[in-house]
Design a protein around this ligand. Structure first.
Ligand code: SF4
Ligand code: SF4
Length: 82
């Protein structure tokens, strides 16, 4: 059975990537570390963190994202945190 108490997993779909593109690529963290040069490039909440090393946490837009809210995610900085 599906456990509704746990955050639901975000699917790695093109539709979700398009939603992510409204937020991640314009945040300070993404621009400062030029995350488009590393894999994964987006949808970190589903694909896992960026392979970019030694990042600082300098401004995350995830809390504004509809996926973040719909799936009751917490914290943000999914590109950094493991
Ligand atoms: S929660 Fe963050 S990483 Fe996930 S889709 Fe939204 S903006 Fe991208
Ligand atoms: S996960 Fe947060 S900090 Fe990382 S690129 Fe997306 S919006 Fe920016």
């Amino acid at each position: 059975m599906f456990d509704s108490a746990k955050p639901s997993a975000i699917e790695n779909t093109e539709e979700n990537k398009q939603i992510c593109r409204k937020y991640c690529p314009i945040c300070q963290n993404y621009k400062k570390h030029d995350l488009r040069r590393n894999e994964p490039k987006e949808l970190f909440c589903a694909q896992g963190p960026s392979s970019c090393q030694n990042m600082k946490e300098i401004g995350c837009f995830c809390p504004a994202c509809e996926l973040f809210n719909k799936h009751h995610l917490r914290g943000g900085y999914f590109c950094v945190r493991r």
